[in-house]
Design a protein around this ligand. Structure first.
Ligand code: NZQ
Ligand code: ZN
Length: 386
């Protein structure tokens, strides 16, 4: 096992009715800004529950954060934070609202230039401080509720970039499985696939004799495979929603990745497909992962065989046949929840591969557990999905 440091200070309030208890986590002596997305929280009662829990606090709101949150919208919120002397941010929504709030929290205290510096690759600046924040999660998918990651898009340059800092980890996050009841099929399917691929990015690399992390990862994958379809079939199934929600959080709260190599190239390539075509994040992962597994079959051989055996019971055939079968089972699972896996399914033309290759060449991008997935390898992975 590799050396590691691990710290996760996020307090979780899990279960139905927990939104009512956020008052005890909030500061009484400062102004709170509640941030949300396009309005789903008004339809499913989450806004009303939050407003009730905030009675007696000094608070105001900022809505309209879009899916794949933009730098441009975040900077509007930063103006409000500064003008109103906000001291605490409360994100109410999915991963997009959470990620936006993390960026806003850091940007509001940044005085050395453009906060895009946190994301830009050329002159990347580490976040050194941020306003405190909390969250009420309404969509199990990203793990943003219990990590320090934020992914922001810049409309003017068609870029989608990530940063990570312990300073933007929420002080608390509410996970109420009843929020799942109002999710459309598309977002449930996205959540299942996003969480699944988060585990894969920390698991499908090469063995370092870390059997506990392996079995924890496999436990999350198997739970998503069992519980995800139950959520899709019956949105009112509280237990399935609870198991799905906790799986998605565990998939990316950092624990599965301690002491083991991590990949994240599927995400790196997927972000480009969202940047250029606006494809939902999880769907980009479903496109890229089968190509990644195929093109990187040699480097990932031992773990793909283990994954095939322990997740899909693939025990027979040559090494090549077992790897093919593991890829096929993965594709079938994504398609069974309604997510296609080929570029033409999303009307992505071959020229997009040229653009991504050129961009990665320009940036000198190197990804993957061996830091050897470059622009040319990215082309091969994407061409496999045409
Ligand atoms: O905006 P509203 O009206 O709230 O509607 C949202 C949005 O349209 C809706 N929704 C959310 N909760 C709902 C609901 N509709 C009905 N009932 C509810 N309970 O769902 C739509 C999608 O929401 P969004 O927040 O965009 O989805 P998700 O949670 O999948 O977040 C995706 C974003 O997270 C980033 C992605 O790149 C993408 O920008 N990621 C963040 C990560 C992190 N911070 O660690 C890791 C991930 O890999 C990912 O990159
Ligand atoms: Zn993801």
């Amino acid at each position: 096992m590799n050396n590691f440091e691990y710290k996760n200070p996020v307090k979780i309030l899990f279960g139905k009715g927990q939104i009512a208890h956020i008052g005890k986590e909030l500061p009484a002596d400062t102004k709170i800004l509640v941030l949300y997305g396009g309005g789903s929280i008004f339809k499913n009662g989450v806004y009303d529950q939050t407003a009730k829990a905030l009675e007696g606090f000094d608070w105001m709101e900022f809505g309209g954060i879009e899916a794949n949150p933009t730098y441009e919208t975040c900077m509007e919120a930063v103006k409000v934070v500064k003008r109103e002397k906000i001291g605490f941010l409360l994100a109410v929504g999915g991963g997009s609202v959470l990620d936006a709030v993390k960026f806003i929290a850091a940007a509001a205290l940044y005085e050395n230039g453009d906060p895009w510096d946190f994301l830009s690759q050329r002159n990347k600046i580490n976040v050194e401080r941020a306003l405190p924040l909390g969250s009420v999660l309404t969509l199990p998918a990203t793990g943003s509720e219990m990590n320090g990651n934020s992914v922001i898009s810049r409309t003017s340059t068609q870029e989608k970039m990530a940063f990570s800092s312990i300073h933007v980890m929420p002080q608390f996050s509410v996970l109420d499985p009843e929020t799942v009841f109002s999710l459309p099929d598309r977002q449930v399917a996205n959540g299942i696939v996003d969480a699944f691929v988060h585990v894969i990015e920390q698991y499908l690399t090469y063995p370092v004799n870390a059997p506990l992390q392996d079995r924890q990862a496999e436990g999350v994958l198997l739970t998503l495979i069992e519980e995800g379809p139950k959520v899709l079939a019956n949105r009112q199934d509280y237990d399935a929603a609870a198991n799905f929600m906790w799986s998605a959080t565990i998939a990316l709260n950092g624990l599965l990745g301690v002491g083991v190599p991590q990949d994240w190239a599927t995400h790196g390539i997927g972000h480009e497909l969202t940047a250029y075509h606006g494809i939902d994040h999880a769907r980009t992962l479903a496109i890229v992962l089968p190509g990644m597994m195929d093109i990187r079959r040699k480097q990932k051989e031992a773990k793909i065989l283990q994954y095939g055996e322990r997740i899909w019971n693939i025990t027979e055939g040559s090494v090549g046949e077992r790897i093919d079968k593991a890829i096929q089972k993965t594709v079938e699972f994504f398609e069974s929840v309604g997510i296609p896996t080929r570029l033409p399914d999303y009307d992505v033309p071959a020229e997009t591969i040229d653009r991504i290759e050129a961009r990665f060449t320009n940036r000198g991008t190197l990804m993957g557990e061996h830091r050897d997935i470059d622009a040319a390898e990215t082309r091969r992975i994407l061409e496999r999905q045409l």
